[in-house]
Design a protein around this ligand. Structure first.
Ligand SMILES: [Zn+2]
Length: 89
């Protein structure tokens, strides 16, 4: 069951490399968008207002020590996590 769910998740995840890419992929409903993100509340609000997307899952474990030179795809600040975003309905 878990394995199946993981497979499904993986098949639905696309990674966005910048803001334009992020918006395009969200608009195309390509599933979960994985992106470097700052984790700020203000930023999340701004994303939600512009795209109606919410952050869905932030896999902290995966990111530990790996986010040093990453910037947030939305606001350009220092990224702290990789988060999954998806449109809310
Ligand atoms: Zn941000």
């Amino acid at each position: 069951m878990l394995e199946k769910a993981e497979k499904w998740m993986k098949s639905k995840i696309v990674e966005a490399k910048d803001k334009a890419d992020f918006e395009k992929k969200l608009a195309n409903q390509e599933g979960f968008i994985k992106a470097n993100w700052c984790g700020e509340l203000e930023c999340e609000k701004s994303i939600k207002e512009a795209t109606t997307a919410n952050s869905r899952n932030i896999p902290f474990e995966e990111n530990k020590g790996k986010m040093k030179d990453c910037t947030c795809i939305w606001c350009g600040k220092k990224a702290k996590v990789k988060a999954y975003f998806a449109k809310s309905y």
